[in-house]
Design a protein. Structure first.
Length: 267
């Protein structure tokens, strides 16, 4: 089988440095708290936040009394995380690193967590291996991922119709929200795999407003849209708004986005 051609660090950093991901990340704060709860984080636990972004999970775990390390491949994200940590004088170890090749020794943490982060690693099997490798036996691996049925997956599907995939593209990130795929990736290296589907409401006045915010705040989408032919932009917008409309709640003024909380114990 042909292996996916990985993006360079420069490409990844560009994707996550443009736009305004910190604006999006605020909406995911409840998800970070749910993930920390699902992992049963306790005081003095050694916690790793993989692909930590602006530090939602790291800061939440720190407030529970844990010893926390956050790792991300994008320096701009780590700069924001450090700034946020200073507000509460949080002593968190922020590291530059790739989810598919973590810069830590084996068994270095009691739990390794990721909130919508590791799912974007090009090499999914390597990311699964690394989550287990750095977590001690009996420790917890826990993460959240968009599901294949989610509005985010629908958005990616529409985009793929207008943007030629790069050669040997990796599997879609939202497959981390598919139980069978996750079982295959972890194999017998973990036990007690648990899956729970939940929904988060992303505030928006309409599907069109949600899409507009994605085109300005989401770095990967901003970069992806650079490859869309100018003449196709209006058609893309129409199809996108129609697809996203199925996930919009008039009662809540929110996009109802399904994600899955996955937990496991390292064998």
């Amino acid at each position: 089988m042909t292996q996916p051609t990985p993006k360079t660090k420069e490409q990844i950093r560009k994707e996550w440095s443009v736009g305004s991901y910190p604006s999006l990340a605020t909406a995911f704060l409840p998800m970070a708290a749910e993930l920390v709860d699902a992992a049963s984080v306790e005081s003095r636990d050694r916690i790793l936040d993989v692909a930590c972004g602006t530090g939602n999970v790291a800061l939440t775990a720190y407030r529970r009394g844990a010893h926390v390390t956050g790792v991300d491949i994008t320096p701009a994200m780590l700069d924001v995380a450090r700034e946020r940590a200073t507000v509460v004088d949080a002593n968190i170890d922020w590291r530059d690193g790739d989810a598919a090749s973590l810069p830590f020794e084996d068994d270095a943490f009691d739990s390794s967590l990721s909130c919508l982060g590791h799912m974007f690693a090009d090499d999914a099997n390597a990311a699964a291996t690394e989550l287990v490798r750095v977590t001690e036996s009996g420790g917890r691996v826990a993460f959240t991922s968009w599901t294949p049925e989610s509005g985010i997956a629908a958005m990616m599907t529409v985009l793929s119709e207008f943007i030629p995939p790069r050669p040997d593209s990796p599997p879609p990130p939202f497959l981390w929200g598919d139980p069978n795929t996750v079982r295959d990736r972890f194999g017998d290296r973990v036990e007690e795999l648990s899956f729970e589907a939940r929904v988060i409401g992303y505030p928006a006045v309409s599907p069109a407003h949600f899409w507009e915010s994605m085109t300005t705040d989401s770095g990967p989408i901003v970069v992806a849209l650079e490859g869309v032919d100018e003449g196709a932009s209006s058609t893309l917008r129409e199809e996108m708004v129609e697809a996203l409309g199925r996930y919009f709640s008039d009662a809540d003024n929110a996009m109802e986005l399904e994600y899955r909380v996955v937990t496991a114990t390292v064998a």
